[in-house]
Design a protein around this ligand. Structure first.
Ligand SMILES: [Zn+2]
Length: 424
């Protein structure tokens, strides 16, 4: 018996015969994922109400659930959580991949009017309905890979009108997909060309955009900024985060992706929920983050696309930080596969398969300040994935095929590979 609970009345769904059930309720260093073999769990009202072995389930005296799902010995995981994306945008930048291959850097493309500024132009021009339509397809791809919750940032509007249009697109998107969407207002992403200086834009973001976004009924929980040499300074980000906190936002920060700009220590000082990228952060900054329990979100797909070094995952874990992983799905690094990111995390950053999976489940939930997702324990949302892979160690190992068979959110099936093949 692994998890005990009060007697269950009229459970709605029982999932039985999971060859391996990853609960993310770790039992020490020997079993950080809390893996149960020949496992079963019960779902009631969209939440997990009991977890144990199939044998224990058969012996249980509670009334049998209305439905039983026999997964025939397959691997079952919590629904994946992608804690860092910029998936709401218009257009694409595939030609910039060729420029980067030819030796141009991300920052030189940006200075020549490409990169973020190109996406800003395209996103400002596009209607909200076109943006929703294009973004919906990207959410569906994530769902096919097992993602049941995804964070989505604004940041391609870069003026009040454009940012409110992005927030509206995210709101409409959230109603039209079977994936939980967590919106983030990214007030400081880059300085748009109509502003003479970054400082002027920071003042505009703090005085004009933040208060207006905070007044909206559908205000996002998080506010985010890009702390980086040549983008926004530590001091500018500090002012922005302070203003965000005063308006009741929880905080996130893009920190030290290319250079050590003091972003990690600012994340700790400002009590951010997460600090993301951390490619060049100082030891002191990471240590301060660990003390303040700031989740580190690492984005190895972006390192690959931008041709920069990978974050020191082993060092960050060694400092005691919880490490989450994200796709950073954006027009710069158009990565829609969490499995690919987990493989990069293992092969390039030397994370273990268990650490990588915790990065897209329990720790990713932590990066969103959530305890009700990213695990299969009593009380959590019954978001889960049935996979054809033999065990969780195959996730970063056998990459490139379609191994997600079905995805459930709140106990309801939201994706079936078989049904989508039949439709095709
Ligand atoms: Zn980002």
């Amino acid at each position: 018996m692994i998890v005990s609970l009060a007697p269950v009345e009229s459970p709605g769904l029982a999932v039985v015969n999971a060859g391996e059930l990853v609960t993310c309720e770790g039992r020490g260093s020997g079993d950080p994922l809390g893996v149960l073999e020949d496992a079963a769990f019960v779902v009631e009202g969209g939440r997990v109400s009991w977890v144990g072995t199939t044998k224990e389930f058969r012996r249980k005296s509670f009334s049998k659930p209305a439905k039983t799902l026999d997964v025939g010995g397959r691997l079952v995981l919590p629904g994946l959580v992608d804690p860092h994306t910029h998936l709401v945008f218009a257009g694409s930048r595939e030609d910039e991949l060729e420029r980067k291959i030819s030796g141009e850097s991300y920052t030189s493309i940006l200075k020549a009017g490409g990169g973020i500024q190109r996406t800003v132009r395209e996103t400002r021009k596009a209607t909200a309905s076109r943006i929703v339509k294009e973004s919906k397809e990207r959410v569906r791809q994530l769902l096919r890979g097992g993602v049941t919750t995804v964070e989505v940032k604004t940041g391609y509007g870069q003026d009040l009108k454009g940012e409110l249009k992005m927030l509206e697109a995210i709101r409409v998107l959230a109603k039209s997909v079977d994936v939980g969407i967590v919106p983030t207002f990214m007030g400081l992403h880059a300085t748009p060309p109509e502003f003479a200086s970054g400082g002027d834009y920071v003042r505009y973001a703090v005085r004009e955009m933040l208060p207006e976004v905070a007044r909206r009924a559908s205000r996002p929980r998080f506010s985010d900024c890009f702390c980086e040499t040549g983008v926004f300074s530590r001091d500018e980000c500090s002012k922005y985060l302070k203003a965000s906190a005063e308006l009741g936002f929880s905080l996130k920060i893009h920190a030290d992706e290319f250079d050590d700009s003091g972003g990690a220590s600012l994340a700790a000082a400002a009590c951010c929920v997460s600090a993301d990228h951390l490619g060049r952060s100082s030891q002191e900054g990471i240590s301060a983050m660990a003390k303040k329990r700031v989740t580190a979100v690492l984005l190895p797909g972006t390192s690959l696309y931008s041709g920069i070094g990978y974050a020191d995952a082993r060092g960050i874990i060694g400092h005691g930080c919880s490490v989450a992983l994200g796709t950073d799905l954006s027009p710069n690094s158009w990565v829609e596969s969490p499995q690919f990111v987990m493989s990069l995390a293992c092969n390039a950053m030397k994370m273990s398969p268990a650490e990588a999976l915790l990065g897209f489940t329990k720790h990713a939930a932590g990066a969103l300040g959530r305890q009700d997702i990213g695990a299969l324990r009593v009380g959590c949302s019954a978001d889960f994935v049935v996979s054809s892979l033999p065990n969780y160690r195959f996730i970063p190992y056998r990459v490139g095929g379609d191994y997600v068979e079905t995805v459930f959110r709140r106990g309801r099936m939201v994706f079936s590979a078989e049904a989508s093949r039949d439709q095709a």
